[in-house]
Design a protein around this ligand. Sequence first.
Ligand code: COA
Length: 164
Amino acid sequence: MRLRDATMADIPTLRHWDTQPHVVASGAGGWGWEEMISTPAPWRALLIAEVDGEPRGFMQIIDPALEEAHYWGDCGPNLRAIDIWIGERAETGRGLGTKMMRAAFRRCFADLAVRSILIDPQATNTEAHRFYRRLGFEFVRQQTFGTDPCFVFELTRANWRQGD
Ligand SMILES: CC(C)(COP(=O)(O)OP(=O)(O)OC[C@H]1O[C@@H](n2cnc3c(N)ncnc32)[C@H](O)[C@@H]1OP(=O)(O)O)[C@@H](O)C(=O)NCCC(=O)NCCS
């Protein structure tokens, strides 16, 4: 698995993934890809996970304090927040998401100021909750983002298993 920056050439793939039922059901996807990819921002990484050179998943990493829409509200500095999905249902449950998240942890915590990583799965997405807990995330609070009731989970630097 290799993470690389998303490019305009990925937009058809990202749009296809946006239509996949498991992605839609999780509340992920459906973003304004052209605008996001064509306007890089220092507080955001838009990443494609490739396996054997083929795109398989997407991940966004943001600094929630600097993100322009203030999606996370007034959350303070030195945090990161991640969105993740695997494009095709058949590719899930094979360990790819785990590899992507661990690569993201290394990337986020390489900045020694970063104290923890936030995730906001929908309150009903129990599969994702289990996935995040297994990676060391802990439940923090319920929070409604837009109209979506979500659970906020946090992985602190102390709970990050660096060997993973
Ligand atoms: C959530 C998501 C990113 C997880 O990625 P994934 O690749 O499916 O995750 P993994 O395969 O690493 O782990 C998931 C399960 O597969 C199992 N697994 C891990 N490695 C495995 C392997 N090599 N072979 C078989 N199963 C494996 C894990 O034990 C885990 O099972 P559990 O949840 O019952 O404990 C992915 O399922 C997804 O895209 N879901 C839809 C979108 C979504 O919900 N995104 C999150 C929104 S917050």
